[in-house]
Design a protein around this ligand. Structure first.
Ligand code: LLP
Length: 413
C-alpha cells in the first residue's frame, strides 16, 4: 500500500499534490512517484534488517532513474547492478563503488573492465567460463576482484514462472555440483579474493517459506565449506520480497528478516547482504493515463487508455495486474470493463473484466504499484514516446525524466 496516495475532496492526491494538476502540466501518460513513500520503505527495510547487520544493495534494475538512485545514495545504501549502464548510473548518483555488487549471467568483458576500473566491491559469478574470463582480465589489468559465487540452490520461489530463478534448469547461478570446482579456481588465483556465496531465488515472492528453506540449506553448506577450508565471510541473499498488487499478498521486511535471522543464527563472522528492488520502489509509483475512448461492446465495454504495453509491460509479459483508480472519485454505478492500451497487439491489456466505478471517455486513471519494473521496461514499440517520470515531494513535483519523443529518436536514423 502507498499511504501517500489518497482522495482529498474527491481528487486523487500523491502526497499533497493532486495528480490531475500534474497531468495538466506534464500530459498523460506519465509515471509519478512519491518521495516520502520511497523514504519510508528504505527506513523500514533498514530497521528490519538491522538485527542481521545486513548491508542493503538496492537492485537498480527495478527503477534506475538517477533521482531515485540519488535517494539510495543519500540513505547510505549500496547497489546491485547487472550492466555497465546501471554501474554508470549508480556511480553518477553517488553510491560508492565498494558498495556495488555486479550480478548477471552474461557480463561482457568491457563491462567487467569498467567494474574493475571503478573498483566495485563484489562480482557475483555465475559460471566457470565467467570466472576464467575475470581472472584473465584481472591479470592483464593487474587488479584484484572481490568475488562471491552465485549458487543455484534449487529452491522454488513459488512465483510466476518467468521470474523464478533458483530452480534446477534455470540459467542462473552455479550448480552445487560445480561449486567445488569454482571455489578451487578462485583459491588458486592470486587475483580473486573469495568473499562467499550469493543466491537470488526469484522475484515477487510473497511468503517467507522459500527464504527459510534456502537459508537452512545455505547454513549447512557454509558450515561444510568452512570445514573444508574455504573462507566464507559474506552471504548475499538477493531480493525478491513481494509487494501487494491488490490481492492482499506481500512479504514484509520484518517477516523475511526474522526468518533469515532465525535460520542463520550461530554462523559467526558472516556479513549478510540483501538486494531488494521492487519492495523499495514498487508501491511508490503510479502510471497516470487518460481514457482516449470508451468503446461500448458485447459482452464488455472497453476503456482504451493512452498508456500501452510499451509503457508498462508487466501485464502483457507476466499477466500481472495493477489496481486501477480514477483520478476523480465520483458517486457512480460500478461496472465490469476491459481496460486496454492503444497498441496493435491483443496482449496490450491492463485488466480483463475488472469491476470499476463507471469511467467516462476523457477521464484520467492511475495504475497503482507501478514504481518498479515500469518505466525501466518501457519500449518505443509503435514509434511511441518514452513517457516522462515525475517525483512528488509534499505539494511540489519535479519531472525527473523528460519525455523522449519520436522526433528525438528520429535523429538517430
Ligand atoms: N538481485 C538479483 C540478482 C535479481 O536478479 C533481482 C531481480 C533482484 C535482486 C531484485 O529483485 P526484487 O527485489 O526487485 O524482486 N521484471 C520482473 C521482475 C524481474 C526481476 C529480476 N531480478 C517484474 O516486473 O516482475
Amino acid at each position: 500500500m502507498n499511504q501517500m496516495l489518497r482522495y482529498i475532496e474527491s481528487e486523487l492526491y500523491m502526497e499533497s499534490a493532486a495528480l490531475n494538476r500534474i497531468a495538466e502540466q506534464v500530459g498523460t501518460p506519465f509515471y509519478c512517484y512519491s518521495k516520502a513513500n520511497i523514504e519510508q520503505q528504505i527506513a523500514s527495510c533498514k530497521a528490519a534488517f538491522n538485527r542481521l547487520d545486513a548491508t542493503i544493495h538496492y537492485a537498480a534494475k527495478a527503477n534506475s532513474n538517477l533521482s531515485i538512485l540519488r535517494m539510495m545514495a543519500k540513505a547510505g545504501l549500496g547497489a546491485d547492478v547487472v550492466s555497465v549502464g546501471e554501474l554508470e548510473r549508480v556511480i553518477i548518483a553517488g553510491i560508492p563503488a565498494e558498495k556495488v555488487i555486479f550480478s548477471g549471467v552474461g557480463k561482457r568483458k568491457d563491462e567487467m573492465v569498467a567494474a574493475l576500473n571503478a573498483g566495485i566491491g563484489q562480482f557475483n559469478l555465475e559460471s566457470i567460463p565467467e570466472l576464467d574470463a575475470l581472472i584473465l582480465l584481472c591479470e592483464s589489468l593487474n587488479k584484484t576482484a572481490g568475488v562471491s559465487v552465485r549458487i543455484n540452490p534449487d529452491v522454488d520461489g513459488s512465483t510466476h514462472r518467468h521470474i523464478t530463478t533458483g530452480v534446477k534448469g534455470s540459467k542462473f547461478g552455479i550448480s552445487m555440483e560445480q561449486l567445488d570446482q569454482a571455489l578451487s579456481r578462485i583459491g588458486e588465483s592470486a587475483h580473486l579474493q573469495l568473499r562467499g556465496l550469493a543466491v537470488h531465488i526469484g522475484s515477487q515472492i510473497v511468503t517467507a517459506a522459500p527464504y527459510r528453506k534456502v537459508c537452512e540449506r545455505l547454513r549447512d553448506w557454509i558450515v561444510n565449506l568452512r570445514r573444508a577450508g574455504h573462507a566464507i565471510t559474506h552471504l548475499d541473499l538477493g531480493g525478491g520480497f513481494g509487494i501487494d498488487y491488490g490481492d492482499g499478498n506481500y512479504l514484509d521486511f520484518e517477516s523475511v528478516a526474522t526468518v533469515m535471522h532465525e535460520t542463520l543464527q550461530g554462523l559467526d563472522n558472516l556479513q549478510i547482504a540483501i538486494e531488494p528492488g521492487r519492495s523499495i520502489v514498487g508501491n511508490a509509483g503510479v502510471l497516470v493515463s487518460a481514457v482516449i475512448f470508451r468503446k461500448e461492446d458485447d459482452p464488455l465495454p472497453f476503456l482504451i487508455l493512452d498508456a500501452g504495453m510499451n509503457d508498462l509491460m508487466r501485464p502483457a509479459l507476466y499477466q500481472a495486474s495493477h489496481p486501477i483508480q480514477p483520478l476523480l472519485e465520483r458517486k457512480v454505478e460500478m461496472e465490469v470493463v476491459n481496460v486496454v492500451g492503444p497498441i496493435c497487439e491483443s496482449t496490450d491489456f491492463f485488466s480483463k473484466a475488472i469491476t470499476l466505478p463507471k469511467i467516462a471517455q476523457g477521464e484520467r486513471v492511475a495504475l497503482l504499484q507501478a514504481g518498479a519494473y515500469g518505466a525501466v521496461m518501457a519500449s518505443i514499440y509503435n514509434s511511441r514516446d518514452i513517457i516522462p517520470e515525475v517525483m512528488v515531494d509534499g505539494d511540489r513535483f519535479e519531472t525527473i525524466r523528460r519525455r523522449i519523443t519520436n522526433h528525438n529518436l528520429l535523429e538517430f536514423e
